[in-house]
Design a protein around this ligand. Sequence first.
Ligand code: AMP
Ligand code: MN
Ligand code: MN
Length: 348
Amino acid sequence: MTEVAVAGGLPAGPAESEWAAAVAAVRDLPADARVLLICHVNPDGDALGSMLGFGLGLRQLGVRDLQATFPGPPEVPEPFRWMPGVELLVPQDDTYPDPDLVICFDAASESRLGDLVGRLDTAGTSLVLDHHASNTGFGRINLVDPHAAATSVVALELLDRLGATLDAEVATGLYVALTTDTGSFRFEATTPAVHRMAARLLATGIRPGDISRRVFDTRPFGAVRLFGEVLGRATLEPAAAAGHGLVWTYATREDLVRHDQPAYVLEALIDSVRCTEEADVSCVIKQAGEAEWAVSLRSKGAVDVSAVAVALGGGGHRFAAGFTGRGALDELVGRIRAELATATLVAP
Ligand code: AMP
Ligand code: MN
Ligand code: MN
């Protein structure tokens, strides 16, 4: 994809020719085509919601042989298990080895596809739907719009161009995606266009109260206790990030075992940590293996945490990013501190 700089510093969205190529890639599929949808590892609401909403739209358009998947263990996090379209999900090892078309959702780079990355080579063609400014353009066709609040914005535009009807099932996934990535319409990305899209989705009859309760406001009592413990050990470093402040905490696998909780419950933890008034940057470090940690970074706007995450091997958006860290916890925190000390400041 040719990227053209526009006001605001973000690359422009997809060119008309790219949209036309994407429409043709779907519309010209033979009747017996096998289509494989893949979203990023450790899928969140945007990854799963965009993928399943779009998948249901494709099925409505007549695609019969359709699978959806994500890398790693095939467990769908509890908050998303009720979503329409979960019946499309297949464990990664059971997916078509050589699909006619692969479509990737919310993945900024091939590394986010884990063991499924090889499907990009064995597929007839590949289409990438995403909204990360850092997207590497790893698809044959790339619909990447860094101005889109969620990948589901891109997914809906493609469904519209394909002539799909927006029904409540399709809308549910797209709405879960939109609310996840806008922090329920609280973040800066919440433009008038986002609210117009939400209005279209709600007009299908979906119930926002039920959806929010299931996705954001339900967790086991054990997770409430676990959060108490992990928040109790949060550390505030006002001098970090060149004086903008850092608040961080961590959770080990042992913490999860002690409270009998699955790992996904920790995904919501960053939202409790990032409230900290005294820190621009917040960080949650979640143990993923013996010496492996999934790190979430958030910024209130002073520091570009995507640059920090990229420097440490990950990626993301300016104000929400992450990476996988290795080694001892204190060394990892030291590396984060060091990157933050020289981090790019976002222009006011
Ligand atoms: P999270 O903190 O996991 O909610 O992720 C926040 C943002 O950072 C999302 O846009 C992710 O796509 C991105 N991100 C998280 N972890 C990684 C990683 N290991 N590599 C690249 N990007 C990541
Ligand atoms: Mn995501
Ligand atoms: Mn996203």
